[in-house]
Design a protein around this ligand. Structure first.
Ligand code: KG4
Ligand code: ZN
Length: 333
């Protein structure tokens, strides 16, 4: 008999539902919350209320697009954490209630583990062991992936995440939230002409808060001489910011590859949608003999397909959760 899973993701500001049948993605629907743009960042209370509004239509859409009936679902996988607690509560409560009404088991999923396993949504899949640079709005990690469910964090950010570095710099420049995709667009076909400092952090950890501060002072200084400095140099500033963030990430990824001797290298998370990072990873791969793995755009940013994929491996491993399970804002694996 086929295994059909419903995946539910509600950790931040995207409500998503996906259906996976025997490991194959049948649907992956996402409702974005554009309301946060006017606040310049995600407002937790607003996000949680929007999940309440979106969750039933998104789940219905995923079931419809997959061409299945609710009664065909074998189990429901949901994001337990990490994330915004008010957002997580909506997805977790919905998953538990629907599972109770259908009489099917539930599977709890770590959002960061799911970003890594987004690579198993489609071919080509990385071979174990591989390294995954997971870069999102809330996290920046180098993960040693030993098997589908066995992962170890080798290094992570000690302050801001890479996505935050993009978003906060964009905010300083007056760009709307989330600024990452906008900076990517403005940086296209431009070279970095401003040299922002690289932090000197030992080992495989990252730091981005110093970069943000140096950009703030750089903008302040230049705006004093020319009030239109940002408008007149937007593309060059974006290219310089992007190149520095990418070089910080790649330096540590190269170090991790050297230390472990692993040449299977993947990127994941929202920032893996960045064209500068994607191109640089490809050229590092060619130069260093790595096999590189870059997810399709729809599997980079938050999506429920990755939750369903993770749920599938847990289902095969008999890893089910009890009905009294609660979401958790901080969740390490
Ligand atoms: O994984 P994700 O969708 O949500 C979290 O779990 O945080 O990542 C969102 C982050 C945001 O910071 C957004 O600005 C960034 O990913 N992002 C990008 C790009 N697309 C999304 N950053 C740089 N370039 C992009 N093309
Ligand atoms: Zn994420």
């Amino acid at each position: 008999m086929s295994i059909i899973l419903l995946g539910i993701e509600s950790s931040c500001d995207d409500t998503s539902a996906a259906i996976i049948k025997d490991g194959e993605i049948l649907s992956n629907c996402v409702a974005n919350q554009t309301i946060h743009q006017k606040y310049g960042g995600v407002v937790p209370e607003v996000a949680s209320r929007a999940h309440q509004v979106n969750i039933i239509p998104v789940v219905d859409q995923a079931i419809q697009q997959a061409g299945i009936e609710k009664q065909d679902i074998s189990a429901i996988a949901f994001t337990r954490g990490p994330g915004l607690i008010g957002s997580l509560i909506v997805g977790v409560s919905f998953a538990k209630s629907l599972a109770l009404s259908l009489g099917v088991p539930i599977i709890e999923v770590n959002h960061m583990q799911a970003h890594v396993l987004a690579h198993f949504a489609e071919d080509p899949k990385p071979n174990f062991p591989f390294l995954c640079l997971t870069v999102s709005g809330g996290h920046t990690q180098i993960v040693l992936v030993k098997s589908h469910l066995e992962m170890e964090v080798l290094g992570e950010t000690i302050d801001d995440a890479a996505g935050e570095a993009f978003d906060k710099t964009g905010k300083l420049m007056g760009l709307s939230y989330p600024a990452g995709p906008l900076i990517d667009k403005l940086a296209k076909n431009r070279k970095a002409i401003y040299d922002f400092p690289e932090p000197n952090i030992p080992g495989l950890n990252f730091s981005f808060s110093g970069l943000k501060t140096s950009i703030l002072y750089f903008l302040k200084k230049n705006l004093k001489d020319d009030p239109d400095f940002i408008d007149n140099n937007k593309e060059d500033i974006c290219a310089s910011v992007q190149e520095r963030i990418v070089s910080i990430l790649m330096k540590k990824l190269e170090r991790a590859a050297k230390q472990t001797g692993i040449k299977e290298i993947a990127i994941a998370g929202g920032v893996s949608a960045n064209s500068g990072l994607r191109n640089t990873l490809t050229s590092f791969g060619e130069r260093l003999g790595w096999n590189t793995y870059i997810p399709k755009f729809e599997f980079c940013t938050d999506n429920a397909a990755m939750i369903a994929v993770t749920g599938y491996y847990k289902y095969m491993n008999d890893e089910f959760a009890e009905q009294d399970i609660a979401p958790t804002a901080r969740y390490r694996f």
